[in-house]
Design a protein around this ligand. Structure first.
Ligand code: PLP
Length: 374
């Protein structure tokens, strides 16, 4: 099996699995227990927390461990808006956010006024439009670091600078497709969210780093874990394993970026000159979105699957919804290009031989379906 769906999830590093198992075995205690072993577990949790903050480069921020980016995004949106809604009601959001942002805001539409920041054909937010939209009623701005469908990298520092004059507006960044994959500067951002399983950690753990976690209403109430912001017995093995996955991914980032960029180029070279193929604008090396114009993406995904290659249609989350992908619509892609799109995503474990296999399979599938292509 050749796995090319790493934007959906990644295989955990072996050493991360070991860390998870060993921590679960040696430190199965509740971090909230006040006995000696509970305190030891709590110290380990704080070490993992410090490591995560340090690796992101936001040492002075609060780090709240969650079950993953979906929960972190919910906590940021609901938790901040609950605190700020008396001072304004406008929320600015890019058009290409993940459903965990879009659907949370949709659920709050009675309480807030959501305005969408336009996207350019290259998949970037339109900064001039953001500037037009920002006013004194804005309490929350949310823009992802890296788009999960095409891989475009958003100008986070430029947005942070633009928002400097609007201190009331909380700036949240969904960094799920960036952390562990590309170096980004998050200074000036008020909160960022991510999931461990996207960078070869295990599933069920993520975090929200917040400039001032104290100004956040909880969305899960209970025994007061995680500074009262996210109750429930903390997933200590997951947190320790996440810190490890983050460290390993960070150490190997330069080498992996260069290698994955070569893979990305190789696949593009394979299909670039074929009739009825469109390559969507990208950004990060690990995500490549290609359209087979006239075909259904699902047909291509299945044809590659028969050859043992796992890729995705637009995204694992959107594929069940059966509606035209929002990101591709926002960048002005045609219906045919959207319907015929597949997402190939590399991971740190992707090997050259697998990319060669993918290229051969893409060639074979193209021959197989070229009659239906426009
Ligand atoms: N945000 C982005 C950009 C994503 O790509 C994903 C997952 O695909 C999420 C949030 C949600 O992550 P999780 O499913 O781990 O909660």
């Amino acid at each position: 099996m050749v796995y090319m769906d790493n934007a959906a999830t990644t295989k955990p590093y072996k050493s991360v699995m070991e860390t998870y198992m060993n921590t679960g075995d040696d430190y199965y205690f509740n971090t909230a227990s006040i006995h000696t072993k509970g305190r030891e577990a709590a110290r380990l949790l704080e070490a993992a927390r410090a490591q995560v903050k340090g690796l992101i480069g936001l040492e002075e921020y609060d780090c709240i461990f969650t079950s993953g980016a979906t929960e972190s995004n919910n906590l940021a949106i609901q938790g901040i808006i609950e605190k700020k809604k008396r001072s304004g009601t406008t929320i600015l959001v890019s058009e290409i956010e993940h459903p965990s942002i879009m659907n949370t805001l949709e659920a709050m539409k009675e309480e807030v006024r959501v305005k969408y920041i336009r996207t350019t054909a290259g998949g970037m937010i339109d900064l001039a439009h953001l500037e037009e939209l920002i006013d004194e009623d804005v309490i929350f701005v949310t823009i992802m670091a890296v788009n999960n469908i095409i891989g475009s990298v958003q100008p986070i520092q430029e947005v942070a600078r633009l928002l400097e004059g609007h201190p009331k507006a909380h700036f949240h960044v969904d960094a799920t497709q960036a952390v562990g994959k590309i170096q980004m500067d998050y200074r000036g951002v008020d909160s960022i969210s991510f999931s461990s399983h996207k960078f070869h950690g295990i599933k069920g753990i993520g975090a929200l780093l917040s400039r001032d976690g104290g100004k956040l209403s909880p969305i899960i109430y209970g025994g007061g874990h995680e500074y009262g912001k996210r109750s429930g017995t903390v997933n200590l093995p997951g947190a320790v394993a996440m810190a490890r996955a983050m460290r390993i991914s960070g150490e190997a980032m330069k080498e992996n970026t260069a290698r994955l960029s070569r893979y990305n180029e190789q696949v593009q070279d394979k299909v670039r000159n074929l009739k009825s193929i469109h390559i969507h604008p990208g950004g990060v090396p690990h995500i490549l979105n290609i359209s087979f114009i006239g075909a259904q993406g699902e047909v291509v995904v299945n044809a590659l699957g028969k050859r043992g290659i796992m890729v995705s249609t637009t995204s694992a989350c959107a594929s069940k919804l059966r509606k035209l992908n929002e990101t591709l619509s926002a960048i002005g892609s045609s219906k045919e290009k959207i319907e015929g799109s597949i997402r190939i995503s590399f991971g740190n474990m992707t090997a050259q031989a697998e990319v060669d296999q993918l290229c051969d399979a893409l060639g074979a599938v193209y021959e197989e379906i070229k009659e239906v292509l426009e």
